[in-house]
Design a protein around this ligand. Sequence first.
Ligand code: PEP
Ligand code: MN
Length: 346
Amino acid sequence: MLLRLRRGLPGTQTDSILALAKELGYRARFLEGSNGLLHLEGTGKPEHRSRFEDCAGVEAILDAGDARERHERLPGQPDTVVAVGDARFGGGQVALIAGPCAVESGERLLEIARAVQAAGAVLLRGGAYKPRTSPYSFQGKGEEGLELLARARAETGLGIVTEVLDPRDVEKVAEVADMLQIGARSMTNTPLLAEVGATGKAVLLKRGFSATVREFLLAAEFLLARGNARVVLCERGVRGFDKTTRNLLDVGAVAHMKLATHLPVIVDPSHAAGRSELVRPLARAGIAAGADGLIVEVHTATSEARSDGAQAISAEVFAAIAKDTAAICAIDRRTLVRPHASPARA
Ligand code: PEP
Ligand code: MN
């Protein structure tokens, strides 16, 4: 590992860095004439990098050596492929998740589920617990919503992606969900990350709207450190200075993360756009940047949606997105995972 120490560091701070290096089993040596470059020789562990980052006297970690964190891609390391129901994310396989923002009624959910399945979705999304900006907005149907999701899965065979907001609800939500969503507002909720990490369930981790890529990857690290390797990262746009779009879809971060981590990365064009007419072009951009899938908000009566109606698209537009995705996958020699026929219609 190679550290750059701050200039003019008091001897006591240098001593405490050297003591920490010794405690972690490294042999430390200042590089000659380097003005504060400290080389640590020894066997690195993922947790060591953060230990040194927390030292006041360490300005930067120039090379983490083999103290790599669990999310990092080692040279030549293949993608981690996360399997959820019929979906596969990573390793050249691309899968589509679609459904309403929130579970509204059993009939509506089933209608949307059938429509998105026919159009190419392999997993059904829908929030039973909704993280809303206002306490007066629809907060989701809670347990009733979970029951409706379970029924939709039984009817269609689609795996379920749904958000868990409260660490106390993890067990209950995990009984129904095939993939637990941790929303943008919860990305830094470390007790929730720890609880979800302990379930071993697949996780859809969304990037916080003001989180740096490093903060996002360290949130994933909380899940991995709890022994859950089934983590899919979701870029859903970050807050920009301009309200023309709801958020700024960071396609650069998608391209970067496909190199920097072995974990699958998907894109949510709906929350990035905030406007239905922009969802399809952003979906194309996400897949073209290398995303391993999409999560899209679809509604069969967009004007009646109880949350995020402005960004809801019809099943027809979603079908066009699925076609675009297949076309981009063909260029990249990747495969779009296709839905099986529903048990009800098979
Ligand atoms: C959602 O998926 O409905 C949601 C609330 O997304 P985000 O956490 O990205 O805002
Ligand atoms: Mn939403």
